[in-house]
Design a binder for this molecule. Structure first.
Ligand code: SAH
Ligand code: SF4
Length: 454
C-alpha cells in the first residue's frame, strides 16, 4: 500500500514538472512517506524527516513534506515536532500534492532570512493538509507510469480505507472509510499495465474480499472482479492481497481452481490462534472458522501456498493462548509469516485494554514463533526441490547479477543460474520452466529447463 502511494506521488508530481532524483542534495522537495501501523515504523519516519534539517540549512529552497498515516493522524502536531517539515499531508491529499507545493513556494523564493532561523520558523508558512475525502466524492487516481518504469509485476489498487475496525488497528482512522474502485477502472488499469509490459498484477486493498463496487450490477463482488481481470489479454498472473478471513468466501476460493491467471498463493492474516484473543481483537471469526476456510481452500487448490500475519502479546494473551497460535502454525503449515509484537496505538479501541504482556515476554513469544516458522518454511521449500516450476522471470538477481530471478506460482523467489550465451533480456517477462535444485532459508535456487533454452 505504501509503495503504491509512493508511485502515485511520483506520478502526480511528475505531471507538474518534477523529476525524481536519487541524489537527495539536488532535491527541491523531499517527500517522506510514513506508516503508523506500529510504534517502531512511526518513529523511523519521524527521525528520517529530522535528518533533512541539515540539507535545508544548505539549500534554503528545499521543502520537506511528510505524507502517509502519521501525517494524517498528527497533522499540525507533527509540524511542531519536526521543525524542518513544511507540509504534512494525508493519503487522500496525494492528488493535491503539487498544489500544496505551489502554496508554499512563494515564501521559498522571497524569504530573506535563513529558513532555519527561529524568526523564519515563526513566520514561514507551513501547512497541515489532512482533509479526508467523503466516500461519495472519492476518486481513485489512475496510474500514469512512464513506460520505462513499468516492470514485470504491477500493483493495482481496488479499494481504499477499511471499515473493519479491528481493535488494535489504526488503519480505519488514518485511511478512512472503505471505498471500492469501479470495476471498469480496475480492468482498464490492468490492461494498461499489460500493454506497457507488466505480466503479473497484484490487486491490493486492506480487505479486498469486502470489495463492492458502486456501479456494478447487484451481487457482483470480488470473485466477479477477479473473473473480469482474469480475462485481460496478455495477463499471465494475477494475485491479490490482503484478505480478511471473515469475508473470504467459497466463491473466491473456487476462483483459485477456475481462473486461468490466479496463482496458487493466498495471504490470509489470522493474527492469533485463540478464539478468545480473536474475539478481543474484534476479528469476527473463530479459530475453527478460519481452519475450515483453509481446509476448503485446500480441497479446491491442493498446492496453494499460504502466508499470514500474527500479532503476539495482545492484551490478555496467556501462555496457553499463545500455544494455540503455535499449534495453528504447525497445523496450517504456512509458507511464510509476518509476525509482530503487539504495539499499542493511540486512537484504537485496544488502547483501553491493559498492555499486560511484558516486552520481554512478547519478544520471547516472537522468537519462539519465528523459530517454529523457520522449520515449517524449510519443509515447505524442500518439497519444491526436484520439481520443475513455471517461473515468471522478473529480471537479474539483485545479489548476483549473473543470475536471473522470478517467482513460482506460490510466490517463492527463485534465483536461477543462466548458462553463457542465453539472452537474458529475452527471458524477462516470460514464463520459463525451471528445475528447482536447492532451497535456502527464504528462497529457492534453480536452473533453466532444457526447453527454455530454445
Ligand atoms: N488489512 C490487513 C493488514 C493491515 S496491517 C489485514 O487485515 O490483515 C498489517 C499487519 O500489521 C496486520 O495484519 C497486523 O498483523 C499488524 N498490525 C496491525 N496493527 C498492529 C498493532 N497495533 N500492533 C502490532 N501489529 C499490528
Ligand atoms: Fe486494520 Fe483490520 Fe482493516 Fe486490516 S481489516 S486494515 S487489520 S482494521
Amino acid at each position: 500500500m505504501n509503495d503504491y502511494d509512493v508511485e502515485r506521488m511520483t506520478e502526480v508530481l511528475r505531471r507538474d514538472g518534477f523529476e525524481r532524483t536519487e541524489v537527495v542534495e539536488e532535491a527541491d522537495m523531499i517527500v517522506v512517506n510514513t506508516c503508523s501501523i506500529r510504534e517502531k515504523a512511526e518513529n523511523k519516519a519521524a527521525s528520517a524527516a529530522g535528518r533533512y534539517q541539515k540539507l535545508k540549512e544548505r539549500n534554503p529552497n528545499l521543502l520537506v513534506a511528510i505524507g502517509g498515516c502519521v501525517a494524517q493522524q498528527e497533522g499540525e502536531a507533527l509540524l511542531k515536532r519536526i521543525p524542518s517539515a513544511d507540509l504534512t499531508f494525508g493519503p487522500d491529499q496525494i492528488p493535491n500534492l503539487a498544489a500544496h507545493y505551489e502554496k508554499l513556494r512563494p515564501q521559498v523564493q522571497t524569504e530573506s532570512w535563513p529558513q532555519t532561523s527561529p524568526k523564519a520558523n515563526r513566520y514561514r508558512l507551513r501547512l497541515a493538509q489532512t482533509e479526508v475525502i467523503d466516500v461519495e466524492d472519492y476518486q481513485f487516481l489512475d496510474a500514469d507510469p512512464r513506460p520505462s518504469d513499468v516492470s514485470v509485476t504491477a500493483l493495482v489498487t481496488i479499494q481504499k480505507g477499511c471499515d473493519n475496525f479491528c481493535a488494535y488497528c489504526i488503519v480505519p482512522r488514518t485511511r478512512g472509510r472503505e471505498v471500492s474502485r469501479p470495476a471498469d477502472q480496475v480492468v482498464r488499469e490492468v490492461a494498461r499495465f499489460v500493454e506497457l509490459g507488466a505480466r503479473e498484477v497484484t490487486l491490493i486493498g486492506q480487505n479486498v474480499n469486502a470489495y463492492h463496487a458502486i456501479g456494478m450490477p447487484d451481487g457482483e463482488d470480488f470473485a466477479e472482479l477477479l473473473r473480469l481481470v482474469d480475462s485481460v489479454p496478455g495477463l499471465l498472473r494475477l494475485r491479490f492481497t490482503t484478505s480478511h478471513p471473515h469475508y473470504f468466501t467459497h466463491k473466491v476460493a473456487d476462483a483459485f481452481r477456475d481462473l486461468r491467471t490466479l496463482q496458487p498463493w493466498l495471504h490470509l492474516p489470522v493474527q492469533a490462534g485463540s478464539t478468545k484473543v480473536l474475539a478481543a481483537m474484534a476479528r469476527e471469526y473463530s479459530r475453527e472458522a478460519y481452519l475450515d476456510k483453509i481446509a476448503y481452500l485446500r480441497t479446491v487448490c491442493p498446492d496453494i501456498s499460504l502466508s499470514t500475519d500474527i500479532i503476539v502479546g495482545y492484551p490478555g494473551e496467556t501462555a496457553s493462548d499463545f500455544e494455540q497460535t503455535m499449534q495453528l502454525l504447525s497445523e496450517v503449515e504456512y509458507d511464510s509469516i509476518y509476525s509482530f509484537a503487539y504495539s499499542r496505538r493511540p486512537g484504537t479501541p485496544a488502547v483501553e485494554l491493559p498492555d499486560d504482556v511484558s516486552a520481554e515476554e512478547k519478544s520471547r513469544r516472537l522468537t519462539a514463533l519465528q523459530s517454529l516458522q523457520k522449520q515449517i518454511t524449510a519443509k515447505r521449500l524442500a518439497r519444491l526441490v526436484g520439481r520443475t516450476e513455471q517461473i515468471l522471470i522478473e529480471g537479474r538477481s539483485r545479489a548476483n547479477p549473473s543470475q536471473i530471478c522470478g517467482r513460482t506460482g506460490g510466490n517463492h523467489t527463485v534465483n536461477i543460474e543462466v548458462p553463457d550465451g542465453v539472452d537474458v533480456d529475452a527471458l524477462i517477462g516470460t514464463l520459463v520452466p525451471v528445475s528447482i535444485t536447492a532451497a535456502k532459508v527464504h528462497t529457492l535456487v534453480g536452473t533453466l529447463g532444457n526447453d527454455s533454452l530454445g
